[in-house]
Design a protein around this ligand. Structure first.
Ligand code: FE2
Ligand code: FE2
Length: 280
């Protein structure tokens, strides 16, 4: 576990800072993370760094070696989403490394864990990963799953973050409002488009509908745009290729009051990297 080393530590007493990166897409996204994470870690001094890794392996899924790559960079918890099982070797990864979380509302018997409690210099943080059902596969009810798991995790720590991985803005907002005051943050993922609605809800839950992505900027949600245009024109199946070129890095920084578990603030972060080596 890391400890705080910075001069501003006293001012941060009783506060946990979480840095959360949106869906990392392919090699461009991984390179952009490699370039950005150390800089933002120095600037923000987060207590824990979380990233959604469901698109890290060529745009769909994650592998063991890529998970190791992210951990080596300084990511401490990896959340996933609807692409969790796209790569075969994710199963042993989920079984053996519980820093990698798949959505908690998959049916019983699915490998891996959907939540965990992680040590930070400011105390433990519970992380829970939920998958939406609107315009997505009909997994188990994320609302009921939250109602079951949030009280259990609350026994371990007041500080809790939910990755709400969903297509519909309404489904993510409903989760956030349902849980307002009961969890510290509901961070939306999956659409790869950062929304400008970050706020702390009245009872103390930080919320953003979607944190965005870390991936190729000149793309459609990370994929080469010509492929997606053709698909809309013809509805013929097509192999999705991650786009190249400039990268977009989207994240949020959330400050939590560790005594109450309430969020104090949430800030959107965005950066464009448009010069090599991000064209690899
Ligand atoms: Fe997704
Ligand atoms: Fe994604």
């Amino acid at each position: 576990m890391r400890t705080r080393e910075k001069a501003g530590d006293a001012a941060r007493a009783g506060i946990m800072r979480v840095l959360f990166f949106g869906d990392i897409v392919g090699r461009v996204g991984r390179h952009a993370l490699e370039e950005t994470l150390p800089r933002w870690r120095d600037e923000l001094d987060p207590d824990i760094i979380i990233a959604n890794g469901e698109n890290t392996a060529g745009g769909v899924g994650i592998t063991r070696s890529i998970a190791e790559e992210l951990f080596d960079l300084g990511v401490e918890v990896i959340t996933l989403g609807n692409h969790t099982f796209a790569q075969r070797d994710v199963v042993p990864l989920l079984e053996h490394d519980h820093r990698v979380l798949r959505p908690a509302n998959y049916p019983p018997g699915v490998p891996g864990l959907g939540y965990g409690v992680f040590p930070t210099p400011a105390g433990p943080l519970a992380v829970l990963c939920l998958l939406g059902r609107v315009f997505m596969d009909p997994v188990d009810d994320p609302f009921q799953t939250a109602e079951t798991l949030v009280p259990l995790l609350k026994q371990e720590t007041r500080c809790m973050l939910i990755d709400a991985h969903a297509e519909a803005t309404s489904e993510k907002a409903a989760l956030a409002w349902m849980l307002d005051g009961r969890v510290s943050a509901v961070i939306g993922t999956h659409t790869h488009v950062q929304t400008a609605d970050e706020r702390v809800l009245p009872a103390g839950t930080a919320f953003i509908t979607d944190v965005g992505m870390v991936g190729p900027r000149d793309s459609i949600l990370g994929v080469q745009h010509d492929i997606i245009i053709k698909r809309f024109q013809t509805w013929m199946p097509a192999r999705f290729e991650v786009a190249k070129g400039a990268a977009l890095v989207n994240a949020v920084s959330v400050d939590l009051d560790t005594a109450t578990g309430r969020a104090l603030s949430i800030a959107r972060l965005a950066r464009v990297l448009d010069t090599p080596p991000f064209t690899k």
